[in-house]
Design a protein around this ligand. Structure first.
Ligand SMILES: [Zn+2]
Length: 240
């Protein structure tokens, strides 16, 4: 049994990477990569290593779920890099990204065969801006399609309608001057969200608060609004 020998032991659904080392006792370690490593002295047989690993199953599972939680926390606070291999939600569907050279495309960002092509212009912020402007255009086009019908239904028209990234709100309306703003992030959500938020903001041109009168208007013009609202509450806009 040579020092440095490695083999894998399966414990439930977990693979344990075992290495024979110059150690006195059996040791376990779980790294931030989620790999379970086990060091064993030269005299411990494979069968014995496997038996000891099986006994640690609950410990592995508990630690691995902690590692997963940390990963999920990190992905919340560390924004994407916008590189090939990552994905962006577009109208509720995961859409792969591909960063290409300036000789391959003229536009900063475009959808080609289900892939979002981003022209490489240098740093992360350049790519963020390219994607953001593309999303703004998608949302503006969609709003332009929806607006005539929604304005007719609600019998109220905004004096201006702008699209911009907002941190916490999906849309906003200032009834005193008739201005409506829609969050760029809506282009990442399922399509029905845009229509619901647009109707919601238009209703504010009649009713300022969210009281029974407002809810009755929404029930009339957007019967599924409560389900869509719940979805939006559970999926806050991502950080750029
Ligand atoms: Zn509101």
């Amino acid at each position: 049994m040579a020092i440095g020998e490695t083999f894998t032991v399966r414990v439930g659904t977990i693979d344990v990477l075992v290495t024979r080392k110059r150690v006195k006792n059996i040791n376990f370690r779980i790294g931030s990569d989620g790999i379970v490593r086990m060091s064993i002295p030269a005299y411990v047989s494979r069968a014995e290593a496997e038996r000891v690993a099986q006994e640690r199953r609950a410990w592995f599972e508990a630690h691995l779920s902690q590692v997963e939680e940390h990963k999920a926390e990190r992905s919340k606070t560390e924004p994407q890099e916008w590189r090939t291999g990552e994905a962006l939600m577009v109208w509720g569907k995961p859409t792969p990204l591909r960063v290409v050279g300036a000789n391959e495309t003229f536009v900063p960002c475009e959808l080609v065969d289900g892939e979002l092509m981003i022209r490489d212009g240098g740093d992360r912020w350049w790519r963020v801006t390219a994607v953001e402007q593309w999303l703004e255009r998608q949302l503006s086009d969609r709003i332009n399609e929806l607006l005539p019908r929604c304005v007719l239904a609600i019998s109220a028209a905004p004096t201006s309608l702008t699209v911009r990234r907002m941190k916490t709100r999906w849309g906003s309306c200032t009834p005193s001057n008739g201005r409506i703003r829609m969050n760029t992030a809506l282009a990442e959500c399922p399509p029905e969200c845009t229509e619901m938020v647009l109707l919601h903001e238009l209703c504010h041109l009649h009713v300022r608060n969210h009281g029974p009168e407002f809810q009755a208007l929404m029930d009339l013009h957007c019967p599924g609004w409560r389900v869509t609202q719940r979805w939006l509450d559970e999926h806050p806009p991502r950080v750029l």
